[in-house]
Design a protein around this ligand. Structure first.
Ligand SMILES: *[C@@H]1O[C@H](CO)[C@@H](O)[C@H](O)[C@H]1NC(C)=O
Ligand SMILES: *[C@@H]1O[C@H](CO)[C@@H](O)[C@H](O)[C@H]1NC(C)=O
Ligand SMILES: *[C@@H]1O[C@H](CO)[C@@H](O)[C@H](O)[C@H]1NC(C)=O
Ligand SMILES: *[C@H]1O[C@H](CO)[C@@H](O)[C@H](O)[C@H]1NC(C)=O
Length: 493
């Protein structure tokens, strides 16, 4: 989905005013924790769920080009907000768009082969401009400056000459898949070769693409790059793409499929994809027409790869009335996707953008003064992404009545516990203990190693006090009303 343009209006002004007012309001003081009133939470390290790949976003459709036009100072602020685990969200997945268009008109993503080389069997004529719609810049920064390891390259469509409708926009199907024959021939192998060429151009730029997708919202026809597919047609292409990647020495690349507009639509795709399910590394769906409220019917990992509030006028507040663009709403959306939807990754649509659109389709906007301005949506992602790193395993929790609680064990041993307090009114004191640790650890924490991080209307992932008791087996802290707090604990080895 792309957002709809909205004229900048007085709403924008009042939202800005509101955030200034909220920002200058005195922070809620944390009251001392009366032990008897604390809600207890037990983290059970022996009960495990999905392994996480991370959190992310995209700078496709030339958003990267426009962010690169900012001053160097603002560029750095933008990149820090996206990828730094200390100054920003610490996002660990970047989703790039593989271009299919003939040029860069409007926000089109130009193809590496804009012109038909003369048929599916002709010698290809790929061109590389070293920018790839601005995405080489963001990718290099993500990988080399911030250590991001997961670069997901995703084609919205094949170039028009490979499709039934002769256009990369307005739907149409890849020539050669079931039910899509073209007078120009079967383009499946040529499209697979094209995707391999794209991956190799990135290798040449010293950026390793780890995940490759060839569809975006195949259940939706629209005026920008879009290509229709059903599960059978996706299967037809995967049968060509997987061996083509393997032959090219790219067997470590995971195929992602199929980016359906709605999460539940992926189940109907999967029912006709069983023969290639093991060739697909990650099953992906978006959250527009249905959200990730139940697991998909697959044993493969699943990612929710695109969601956004594409309609609401820009809001940067954490909580006002539970609106679709508010930070707290996104903290809750991520919670549901992880706990009910079993996702291993969660991606917002756009990270930063400098365009006239005034919607919440992005997490970071550029102001009229050309400075970057993050919303609390970004800080909601920060609260998850900074403390749930790639490879973290979700573990069981119990207790926490009236709160929404998750916990993860990271690969370095750090345990993070997310507590969302949706309620208005008083702060909730909590006490957290561990079970299921290794016998030597005896459920204790290394003294002095617990830290809490709070996000609410006035604070952006600020450090707060969390205390380890004398016996070293209980951590106490407080979760303000309408806030999310992450507690970071290190079990004694
Ligand atoms: C490629 O990336 C690696 C790892 O980030 C870095 O050490 C190396 O210097 C880079 N090489 C070039 C030519 O940029
Ligand atoms: C959750 O996803 C994992 C793969 O990440 C899978 O093994 C597991 O079966 C899924 N659980 C449910 C309940 O679907
Ligand atoms: C928190 O809010 C979300 C959405 O706003 C809702 O679905 C959820 O049930 C609430 N949870 C609690 C514990 O109040
Ligand atoms: C969590 O979100 C809050 C709300 O904006 C924010 O203040 C806080 O900095 C975030 N925490 C982290 C660790 O990013």
């Amino acid at each position: 989905m792309k957002d709809y343009l909205q004229a900048p209006s007085t709403t924008m002004l009042s939202t800005t005013l509101l955030s200034i007012l909220l920002g200058s309001a005195p922070g809620m003081a944390l009251s001392p924790v009366p032990r008897q009133a604390a809600t207890s939470i037990t983290v059970d390290l022996s009960r495990t769920f999905q392994t996480m790949d991370g959190f992310g976003t995209s700078e496709a459709f030339q958003r990267a080009v426009t962010m690169k036009r900012l001053s160097e100072t603002e560029q750095r602020k933008f990149l820090d907000l996206m990828f730094s685990t200390e100054k920003g969200a610490g996002l660990s997945i970047l989703r790039n768009g593989i271009g299919s268009s003939v040029d860069m008109r409007d926000d089109w993503m130009v193809s590496i082969q804009p012109k038909n080389p003369g048929g599916p069997k002709a010698i290809p004529n790929y061109v590389w401009d070293g920018s790839d719609n601005g995405q080489v810049w963001v990718s290099k920064e993500a990988v080399h400056t911030y250590g991001v390891k997961t670069i997901y390259a995703n084609a919205w469509s094949a170039p028009g000459y490979m499709k039934t409708n002769g256009n990369d926009a307005n739907g149409g199907s890849l020539c050669g898949v079931s039910g899509a024959s073209c007078s120009s021939g079967d383009w499946k192998q040529a499209f697979a070769d094209y995707l391999v060429a794209y991956v190799k151009f990135y290798q040449q730029e010293n950026v390793t693409i780890t995940n490759l997708g060839f569809l975006n919202e195949p259940d939706y026809t629209t005026s920008y790059a879009s290509m229709r597919s059903n599960g059978q047609q996706a299967t037809d292409f995967i049968k060509i793409l997987r061996p083509t990647l393997d032959r090219a020495g790219l067997s470590s690349i995971k195929i992602n499929c199929c980016e359906t507009m709605g999460w539940s639509v992926m189940n109907s795709f999967l029912s006709s994809m069983r023969s290639v399910e093991n060739d697909v590394g990650v099953i992906t769906g978006h959250a527009y027409t249905s959200g990730p409220s139940t697991p998909l019917s697959t044993k493969q990992k699943t990612w929710m790869t695109e969601a956004a509030d594409n309609n609401g006028a820009w809001t940067s507040t954490w909580y006002s009335n539970g609106g679709a663009g508010e930070g707290m709403t996104w903290a809750n959306n991520i919670y549901s996707a992880i706990t009910s939807g079993n996702v291993s990754a969660y991606l917002y649509w756009i990270g930063g953008q400098d365009r006239s659109s005034n919607t919440n389709s992005k997490m970071i906007r550029v102001t009229a003064q050309k400075t970057v301005d993050p919303s609390k949506r970004l800080w909601a992602f920060a609260n998850w992404s900074r403390f749930v790193r790639p490879g973290a395993v979700r573990v069981g929790t119990s207790g926490g009545s009236g709160l929404r609680v998750t916990a993860f064990r990271n690969t370095d041993g750090m345990v993070s516990v997310q507590v969302i307090n949706n309620n208005s009114g008083a702060a909730k004191p909590v006490s957290i203990s561990l079970s299921g640790t290794s016998p030597g650890g005896a459920g204790t924490f290394a003294a002095g190693r617990a830290v809490g991080w709070v996000t609410d209307n006035s604070r952006d992932c600020n450090e707060i006090t969390a205390e380890v008791n004398a016996a070293g087996n209980v951590v106490t802290g407080s979760v303000p009303a309408r806030s999310m707090v992450t507690f970071v604990l290190r079990p004694r080895e």
